[in-house]
Design a protein around this ligand. Structure first.
Ligand SMILES: C[S@@+](CC[C@H](N)C(=O)[O-])C[C@H]1O[C@@H](n2cnc3c(N)ncnc32)[C@H](O)[C@@H]1O
Length: 233
């Protein structure tokens, strides 16, 4: 433990590496329940930039009034994505997450008009088809977290002409997941269900855990942001 009572960077890296182990979903969510009070301090220490970068990516490609857009933040965690989107002028947010602990922290931000618990990848999203102007999932599509089977559901709840912003990581232990995700994204595009707006590769996504470094990643792992636009039927 660092002298301040806060965890040292090495301790935070050790804690975060537990997220990426292939635990069962219920165990994963219990982990997040316990992590919720420290989540924001820890990810700041790891220089986690995904919420800010995804918000910028969506804002740069979005067409229409951002103040009137209804946004679904999937795997919203403590609400970092809505916070960043608010700084870009977005105002209307709904959030979903499996961890009640993370949702409790998101609720305290006072940014979301609606927050619901949902086991992503195992049940349908609790939303009508074609409901949202924009749907984001940030920091949750990776090995051991939310399965790629959620992606068609994200598309279902987006309005025709609406935008979808998804992130994943490029580190070595996530390559199988990333390739599977890429295949699904391409397949949905070939079927004419959405069109690619932007793919943004980010070199310094966040600091690597010691385990990721041992697997051949550098001090930072890289990541990628995908922005798609749903086609009209
Ligand atoms: C790394 S956090 C990202 C939170 C937020 N989007 C951000 O960028 O700060 C991942 C979130 O996904 C949620 N999560 C992971 N697996 C899940 C699942 N199968 N169903 C629902 N939520 C899940 C966790 O509870 C956690 O809040």
């Amino acid at each position: 433990m660092a002298a301040s009572g806060r965890l040292s960077i090495a301790e935070v890296q050790r804690r975060v590496s537990a997220v990426h182990h292939g635990t069962d979903p219920e165990e994963q969510l219990r982990f997040y329940d316990g992590w919720a009070p420290d989540y924001e301090q820890d990810v700041t220490m790891l220089q986690y930039q995904a919420p800010r970068l995804a918000a910028s990516c969506l804002a740069s490609g979005f067409q229409g009034s951002v103040a009137d857009a209804l946004v679904l933040d999937v795997a919203c965690g403590t609400g970092l994505v809505a916070q960043e989107l608010q700084a870009k002028g977005f105002r209307c947010f709904h959030g979903l997450d499996g961890s009640q602990g993370m949702l409790d922290h998101a609720r305290r931000k006072g940014l979301y008009q609606e927050l619901k618990q949902c086991m992503l990848g195992q049940e349908a999203l609790p939303a009508a088809s074609g409901f949202y102007d924009a749907v984001l999932i940030v920091g949750a599509l990776s090995e051991g977290q939310v399965p790629t089977s959620v992606i068609p559901e994200l598309l279902r709840v987006t309005k025709p002409g609406g935008f979808l912003c998804l992130t994943t990581r490029n580190n070595s232990s996530n390559l199988r997941y990333k390739n599977q995700m890429r295949q699904l994204l391409d397949d949905l595009e070939q079927r004419g269900l959405w069109g690619k707006v932007k793919v943004q590769e980010v070199e310094r996504w966040e600091r690597a855990t010691s385990e990721q470094k041992a697997e051949g990643d550098s001090d930072y792992i890289s990541g990628v942001i995908y922005l798609y636009r749903k086609k009209a039927p």
